[in-house]
Design a binder for this molecule. Structure first.
Ligand code: SF4
Length: 179
């Protein structure tokens, strides 16, 4: 199958890409308007460009426009990490990925978000399946962090010298990190 893989960051993409590309034709999709400020977005994008060059795969980089993302989490700004704000954020990114997969004639979409030990994989796979049904394109559920997937991602990103961020992405997570 041709799969559009939503990539949240280069370190998480390592395990996700490795595992998916064993059985599918995979193209990355770096859609993350949740990353602020812009210079941080650039750092994470540069890290992914480095990975895709090293491992020779293609990645699509849609325009960076955080305004629609801010609207999608409106009213949830002050909630803590792991709350409804994060669910809205992940659903927003997955919906956009699914719509692009459909538009670009991919058979399915997936996400590297499940490489992270901090993410609610049950929610991600549930919302991924619902979005897939709504948009009309297949979703590939995953728990990439399983079977040492997260450790493997740490190892691979160290070996490749990939930038690893120390906060989730949005200005609210940056603020909490600084507290
Ligand atoms: S903490 Fe992370 S998942 Fe939650 S809203 Fe911010 S960027 Fe999105």
């Amino acid at each position: 199958m041709r799969v559009l893989l939503h990539i949240c960051c280069a370190p998480d993409a390592t395990t996700a890409y490795k595992r998916l590309s064993k059985v599918h034709e995979v193209v990355g999709y770096f859609f993350n308007p949740n990353i602020q400020p812009y210079r941080e977005y650039e750092k994470r994008r540069n890290a992914l460009e480095k990975l895709s060059r090293a491992w020779d795969f293609n990645v699509i980089y849609p325009d960076y426009d955080p305004e629609p993302w801010f609207r999608s989490i409106k009213g949830l700004e002050e909630l803590p990490e792991g709350s409804m704000r994060c669910k809205a954020c992940m659903a927003f990114r997955l919906k956009h990925t699914a719509e692009s997969a459909k538009e670009l004639n991919f058979d399915a979409f997936a996400t590297s978000l499940t490489t992270s030990p901090h993410k609610d994989v049950e929610f991600i796979n549930d919302i991924g399946a619902k979005i897939a049904k709504h948009v009309g394109v297949e979703y590939i559920p995953s728990i990439f962090r399983k079977k040492d997937g997260f450790l493997e991602s740490v190892h691979d990103s160290r070996e490749l010298g990939l930038y690893r961020q120390n906060y989730c992405g949005c200005i609210f997570s940056l603020r909490n990190d600084a507290d």
